[in-house]
Design a binder for this molecule. Sequence first.
Ligand code: EPU
Length: 418
Amino acid sequence: MKALEIIGNRELTGTLTIAGAKNSAVALIPAAILADDLVTIYNIPDIADTKALCDILTYLGVKIKKDKETLILDPKNINNKKIDERLSKKLRASYYFMGALLGKYKRVQMYFPGGCSIGLRPINLHLKGFEALGATVTQEGNCYIVEAEKLKGADIYLDFASVGATINIMLAAVKATGKTIIDNAAKEPEIVNVATFLNNMGAKITGAGTSTIIIDGVDSLHGCFHEVIPDRIEAGTYLIIGALCGKNLKIKNVIPEHLEALISKMSEMGVDMQIGQDYIEVTKKEKYKPVNIKTLTYPGFPTDLQQPFMTLLTQCLGKSTIEETIWENRFMQVPYLNNMGAKIEIVGQKACINGPTLLTGCEVEATDLRAGASLVAAGLLASGKTIIKNVEHILRGYEQIVEKLTNVGAKIEIKEID
Ligand code: EPU
């Protein structure tokens, strides 16, 4: 089994460059099949999730050329066959093939997606959206068949501003006849990135980034060039690590506006940050004030940064709280942080963090991607050796994490353990 070994308590200094956003790239790759011609996407992060989606493309007959962070996809000879469970189970975002294939062929057959076990993660809102557009959904065990004679624009209100449902409905509606209106749509920057991509392909989408998205269906979509936005969650994770161990640690290729909630909470704590147009520089301070956060949809505090942020809260003087409102099961890092010396109590969906506490390295487990990130942050701060098992979860979302952290002075490596 592969594990991350970290020798902590070292000062991190230098520059870390942020990759393209995982949660944008994982939607753009399936969305590319809607085009009738070649699509070029720049700044694709080199992570396990994008590789898993390329495996699905290859399985469907899409030709792929990869040159560093650039993907050139040729969907001309795509074969709309049933997507195997083995492929769909590898990640959550495989579900974007539902919207994309339904939008293109009016039929898709695939299995329930995989992904981190951070909650129940139903897809009822996605399916409700497809049905509103005129599709029927048949479930056979874990397999879904979604098909329509014709897709017709509709008014769709989402009970929750779901990122996945908003994107999937856009993908299915982009070639439907007439107008689709998604109300209570998610407003995350990744939604804007996907809508811009589709518009570059000839779609007519307005309102992305607000809670009402309007899609005027078009007959066909052509090839295009497009760039993935920087990963705000990777950037936020390294910013947190900088507040724990940094000395003028520069995080480059960042859109600071995408990180407003985190930056504002870190400022409230007293973290020392220099914010430039596309970078943030951070230096560790000896004392931080406690703060309270509640995870919310964008532009609120992102749930994906809640877990690494918890590690930072272990260093605040007094009691901080975190309320997790998006996922039911996103405190799995807590027992491991407590084993390292933190004092964290969970009551329902709230966690109380009493600090500051000295952290000491030990053997821990990454139960999911961002729990893994919180343990990496803890390991970098802790004295002694931290071994993080189940490193695959971390590699699903953080490009070259070992190389990036080593370059700024961390002692971190991937090792084979029993
Ligand atoms: N929900 C439903 N029904 C649905 C869809 C969602 O009840 O049909 C609920 C979920 O159970 C959850 C809430 O709505 O309680 C939010 O879910 P959302 O659909 O917004 O999440 P997602 O699209 O499955 C994406 C990211 C997650 C991130 C969330 C929230 C991708 C591939 N994943 O998930 O990222 O936490 O939005 O911002 O884009 C991560 O990167 O670590 C990660 C988990």
